[in-house]
Design a protein around this ligand. Structure first.
Ligand SMILES: Nc1ncnc2c1ncn2[C@@H]1O[C@H](COP(=O)(O)OP(=O)(O)OP(=O)(O)O)[C@@H](O)[C@H]1O
Ligand SMILES: [Mg+2]
Length: 259
């Protein structure tokens, strides 16, 4: 579905993303992890058209999308959430999502945008009340709203820049389960950025690890977590290792209970 090749982004003399290549297959949930400032959001910004790459190519569904305007990329089926939610405060929660619903594949009527907004709000578990304000949504609610906006564009590929830092543990688990449900029930392919890896490792099929703008490891969660280079740059703390171990144990327990 997605082939990224030699992708780089320079800001003046600083290289934020350096020659990164990867592929994503239809139906996967791929985790993209890495320390603060390693280039995760910058990659999403290039995939979604918010930033023009300094070099490299991005092929989505057989078409070159690198450097296209964001609305054109959305129309081809790439949706995204933003790490820092910035809703329009003067619009109702519903209208925030309707506005997103005007984008996406071939959507030109208010009725279609509203229908998309209703579906998206229900999927993430937010009320579809027409007049409810965005004020009073906590960190978890704002994350859900971001997700609803992205889903209202009917993406084939969802770029989820989650960063669940502001959430408590059960809210993080809910967010992880939500992404899995979106993949399983709506058939949306997902790249999930997060730097708290315990929660991510539980639901992703595959992980890529960035450090200083370079891809340093890629593969099955358990293998990546055991990669010496990853441990050195990223997982080197006891807290991180125990998070991974706990996530792995839960993943196994879940697999057993499903079987
Ligand atoms: N518009 C910009 N201009 C200059 N530097 C930038 C810009 N955007 C990002 N950077 C720099 O590029 C590097 C990568 O930033 P990016 O936001 O992609 O990191 P990240 O992996 O998403 O980090 P976090 O986990 O904190 O969200 C950082 O050093 C950041 O300061
Ligand atoms: Mg980021």
């Amino acid at each position: 579905m997605l082939t990224v090749s030699g992708l780089s982004k320079r800001f003046g003399g600083f290289t934020a993303v350096n020659n990164v290549s990867f592929k994503v297959e239809r139906g996967e949930i791929v985790g993209l992890i890495g320390p603060n400032g390693s280039g995760k959001s910058t990659i999403f910004n290039m995939l979604s058209g918010t930033l023009v790459p300094s070099a490299g190519s991005i092929t989505f569904d057989g078409l070159q999308i690198a450097g296209l305007a964001p609305h054109r990329i959305i129309n081809r089926g790439v949706g995204r959430t933003f790490q820092i939610p910035r809703p329009f405060h003067r619009l109702s929660m519903f209208d925030n999502v309707v506005l997103a619903g005007f984008y996406g594949q071939g959507r030109h009527s208010r009725a279609k945008a509203e229908a998309a907004a209703e579906r998206a709000l229900s999927t993430v578990g937010l009320p579809t009340d027409r007049h409810m304000s965005v004020e009073g949504l906590g960190a978890a609610g704002l994350k859900k709203l971001e997700l609803a906006k992205a889903l209202a564009t009917s993406p084939k590929l969802l770029l989820a820049d989650e960063s669940l830092g502001g959430l408590d543990e059960s809210e993080m688990d809910q967010a992880a389960d939500m992404l899995r449900k979106i993949r399983d029930e709506l058939g949306v392919t997902i790249i999930w950025v997060e730097h708290i890896m315990g929660v991510l490792m539980r639901v992703v099929d595959r992980v890529m690890v960035l450090d200083h703008g370079e891809k340093i490891s890629e593969g099955l969660p358990a293998l990546v977590a055991a990669d010496a280079r990853v441990i050195e740059v990223y997982l080197g703390t006891d807290a991180a290792s125990s998070q991974i171990a706990a996530a792995e144990a839960r993943r196994r327990a879940e697999a057993k209970s499903h079987a």
